[in-house]
Structure formats: C-alpha cells, structure tokens
Design a protein around this ligand. Structure first.
Ligand code: GLU
Length: 548
C-alpha cells in the first residue's frame, strides 16, 4: 500500500506539516518542575462538584509550581453543547478562586497556544491525521452502522469481546482500489487507528494518584476522526495536550479504561506522554453501600446547589481539600489560621479510590471556616448571598453595615470562637431578632407561672441601667433570682432539683426570651448593648404586655 498516496487522497487540502505546528507552539519557557495543566470540560452547562475537584487539584498543581493552568473547551460534540456554558463554568470556578492563566475566556482566547476551543482546531487535527496515514498508522473505515451492529451482535453471541479489532477490523488491510471505489461513491468514512497492541501483553504504568498500574495493551482500532472530520476525545486530547505543552493531565478515572489506547496514540504520534493524575469519583453512602454521586439522583452534585444553600466558597474548598487529601486535616490542625493555599499540596496524597462525600462533615468544616473569618468578611459574603437569595434580609444587612458587623463580631476571634453559622442560610435564624421585623413573640416555659415571669421582667426593667458593665448587670440578674426564691447555686440545684422552684439560668432565659424571642442567643449582655437601652426596654415591655 502506498500510504503517501492514501494520505493525499484522504487529506488533499492539508498542506501544513507537524514540523510547522511544533514551531508555532514551542516548548514553554518555564522554571524546572513547573506544571502545565488544564481543565478541558465539555460545555454542557452543568457544572458539578467533580469539575470543582478537578479544578482545585489542577490549580494547586500549576500554581504551587509557578506553572500554568489553562482552559480548553472540548466542544466536539455539538449536540451536547449548551449556549453560555463556558461563561457559567468560568464564573462558577472563579467563585471558588480558580483562575485560569490562559485559554478560552468569555470574550475569546487568551494565550499563545490556542485556539482553545476544539471546534476551531480541525485543521490542526487533520495535519496529524494525515501524518498517521502517511506512516501507515491510521486508515479509513467505510463500515456502515448496520455492519458494526451486526459485528457486535455476532461477538456477543460468540461471547467475545466487542469492538473493532483483529479479524473484525474489516478495513484495516483493504486495497487502495476498494478505498478509491468507496470514496468515488461518496460513502462516508471514519479514520481509525491501526493498533499494534495485543491483549496478551502487559506493561507497567505510573499514575500520580493510582500509583503503579499493570496495563493490558490495547488491540482495538479506535476511531480518531468521525465521518464529519471532527476528532474523538482520544485523538483531540493527544494532539492538544502535546501542542499546548501540557505536562500533567488531571482527569476523572473513568478515562483509565482508554488509557492504554492513549499511551499508544502518543507513541504513534511521536509525542512525549504527559504525566497522568486520574482522580477517583466522589462517592456517597446509600444505605449501607457506597455509590458514585449521580446527576439524576443527587442534587448536591451540582455546584449551584451549594451556592443556593449558602455555603461559602472558602468552606467548600476547605471541605474538599479535607476529604480529597489524606494529610490536609493534620496540616489544618497544626496550622489553624493559615491560608489553605499554603498547604503543601501533592497529588500523591489524593485518595486513589475516590472520596466519600459526607454532608455532616461539610457542615462541621464549614462552621470552623466561618468561625475563623473576620466579621468584615462574614458581613461581605453573607450580604452578597442574602441580597440574591433572601433579598428582604439582605437589604436589612446592607442598610446598616456597622450594626450588622457588630452583631457578627460577637464571639469572634480568640481561641474558642462561636460556631453558629455553617451556611449563610443559618444567619437569619441566628441573628434575625436583632431586626424588629424578625423578632418572634416569646413562648415561655409552661412550668413557670406567668406571674413569676412577669415579676422577673418587671424587676429587671426597674433595675436596668445601660451604663452597667457586664459584671454589675449579671449581679442584678442574680439579685432578682434570689429575690423571687430561685437559686444561683447551680451545683446545689443539680444535686437536688426538687428543692428549688427555679434557677438563675431560668431567670436569664425569661429575660433572653423577652429580648430576643428565643431560648438561645449570643451573650445577652452584648445583645442588649447592641440593641440599645430603648429597644431593649421596649421589648421587655412588650413581653410583659403578652404576659398580663
Ligand atoms: N472533555 C473531557 C471530559 O469532560 C475531558 C477529560 C480531560 O480532562 O482530559 O470528561
């Protein structure tokens, strides 16, 4: 077979050469050890946790080594494409602090290794397709759908592996005349890879997450170009990652099954193989067994879910780092206040089997993260979120920033900060009572008579002096406790509860409920300071009116 002639026959318009492309996209001038990696999503409009995981890992690998993170849009499947998907992806990742140095942007391309949208790279793929044909490493296949279906059915009936290989590779060694006749008849064709592998052979491969793998060679003549000339993922990623000078491919481990083919393809093309980082899927418990998070069953797979639920971007990142890396939690314990980007991230510490997504853990991590933020930060993020998702509350926060920040500053800082908020959604319930519109009427404990409660509130109001410091304030509460025959001795009460009609804690609760509408609140003295004497007194009077 005259492969040169075949290549000309199949790709008469391709005049550029691989050498020209090599020169157009030279090796990057980066420091030793710099990682060049990418995200290569298909623009389907659905941005999920897996994208964020991949983004975070890639981002850390690139930026910790002064390398490059770029975005390539894998839009070869026009049917799955959703308009605006690239914008949604870029803005979602930006929200989680993942910024691209290069690649597809909302307004076009940024960088010298583009185009970064695969549909715009058809000519580039054809240069390499032609080269492979010229070297006898690829050939046209004219099989119809019916022929391929019949082949599969036969293989299934014979209990053989399905696929286009060995004796089933019908067009692998056909004559030039046969090919010419098909082309003359205008029949569609795909370009297939001529595999030289055998399933009898195995070789070792080192994946940065999975470790040492034993891989069986690929013997299937996979499709490189579809009948419309558009490449498959396999071919496109080999060409793109080579020409874009990618050093590390971070991707889901669903690609492991075609990795043997990818390795072969890089060899056939004469490309250096990048390092691979195959990450396990996020799993969840379903009853007693683990399963992958599913788009259909699990709303928590979508990133939009976390935004709507009010999770802070930082908490999400911190949580994912915690479950992805075996050594992050220890690091965090040793460095409670450090910026998470100073964590010495290594793909080798990623969990090879995939990580378990655990909502309770997310809540826990999230509370810690928010408790470490400054009041200023909490205010900014909460207000931004609330203006979008709880506009009424958001406007109240925005109306008086100093007041809101003072509320959010309660119990912040110090060794044991309060951990009231896991999400921004929790904030209204936690601090809503500071705003008169959200104050709920107190529901007092039925164990105490209305008279007793009213007595406490009346006494408190009479003795209330906004100039009191917290010690004087609390002494007054204790004095009331004793005056009504309740005890301030909690120890004695615990030993013999029946001996006392109530305690100082009950007295505080009556006052707390009158002022906040709730049985739980941040430090009551501070709450009163923030509300101011007039609103405090007014609330107590209102509660008294309910009781009388
Ligand atoms: N477009 C592929 C996907 O969305 C990219 C895989 C890769 O990163 O190489 O799964």
């Amino acid at each position: 077979m005259d492969y040169q002639a075949l290549a000309e026959l199949l790709f008469p318009d391709v005049t550029a050469t691989p050498e020209e492309l090599e020169a157009r996209f030279p090796q990057r001038n980066l420091p030793e050890g710099a990682v060049v990696t990418r995200m290569a999503p298909s623009p389907t409009g659905f941005v999920h946790l897996g994208n964020l995981v991949q983004g975070m890992i890639s981002e850390r690998m690139a930026h910790r080594t002064n390398g490059v993170l770029f975005l390539r849009v894998e839009d070869t499947d026009a049917k799955r494409e959703v308009p605006g998907a690239v914008e949604v992806l870029i803005s979602s990742l930006k929200h989680y602090n993942i910024h691209f140095d290069e690649g597809a942007t909302i307004d076009g391309d940024n960088g010298a290794y583009g185009p970064y949208r695969q549909r715009q790279r058809a000519e580039i793929y054809h240069v390499y397709a032609k080269k492979l044909v010229m070297e006898g490493k690829a050939y046209p296949c004219f099989c119809t759908e019916e022929e391929l279906t019949a082949m599969r059915e036969k293989q299934e009936a014979n209990k053989e592996t399905t696929g286009y290989y060995g004796p089933y590779a019908l067009w692998r060694d056909r004559s030039m005349e046969d090919i010419q006749a098909q082309l003359a008849a205008g029949n569609p064709w795909v370009l297939r890879f001529r595999s030289t592998g055998s399933i009898e052979n195995q070789f070792k491969f080192d994946d940065l997450v999975k470790g040492k793998l034993t891989i069986t060679e690929n013997n299937v003549d996979h499709v490189l170009l579809k009948s419309d000339g558009i490449p498959t993922y396999h071919f496109a990623h080999a060409v793109d990652d080579h020409l874009m000078r990618t050093t590390h491919v971070v991707r889901g481990d669903e690609w492991l099954s075609t990795l043997p083919f990818h390795i072969q393809l890089f060899q056939a093309l004469g490309f250096k193989l990048p390092k691979y980082v195959h990450i396990g899927p996020l799993m969840k418990m379903d009853g007693a067994s683990k399963r992958k998070l599913s788009k259909r069953k699990d709303p928590e797979l979508a990133l939009t879910y976390y935004k709507a639920e009010g999770f802070s971007a930082l908490a999400m990142r911190e949580y994912l780092m915690t479950v992805l890396n075996s050594n992050f939690e220890d690091w965090r314990r040793a460095n409670p206040d450090a910026d998470m980007d100073t964590f010495p991230f290594s793909p080798k510490k990623l969990n090879p089997a995939g990580s378990l997504f655990d909502y309770a853990k997310l809540i826990d991590v999230s509370k810690n993260v928010i408790s470490r933020m400054s009041a200023e930060d909490v205010y900014r993020q909460l207000t931004e979120w609330a203006l979008e998702f709880q506009p009424d509350f958001g406007e109240k926060l925005a109306e008086d920033p100093d007041y809101a920040k003072a509320i959010l500053a309660i119990g912040r800082g110090g060794k044991k900060p309060r951990k009231d908020l896991a999400t921004w959604k929790d904030a209204k319930d936690y601090m809503g009572f500071f705003y008169d519109d959200y104050l709920e009427s107190p529901v007092f404990d039925q164990r105490f008579s209305r008279e007793t409660i009213a007595d406490v509130l009346t006494r408190f109001l009479e003795g209330f002096d906004p100039a009191d410091d917290s010690a004087v304030w609390f002494n007054k509460v204790k004095a009331i406790t004793e005056a009504i025959g309740f005890t301030t001795d909690m120890k004695a009460y615990k030993q013999n509860p029946d001996a006392f009609p109530g305690t100082v804690s009950d007295v505080s609760t009556f006052i707390r409920q009158a002022v906040t509408g709730k049985t739980n609140s941040p430090d009551l003295y501070t709450v009163m300071q923030l509300l101011g004497p007039d609103r405090t007194a007014e609330r107590i009077r209102k509660a008294l009116a309910i009781l009388n």
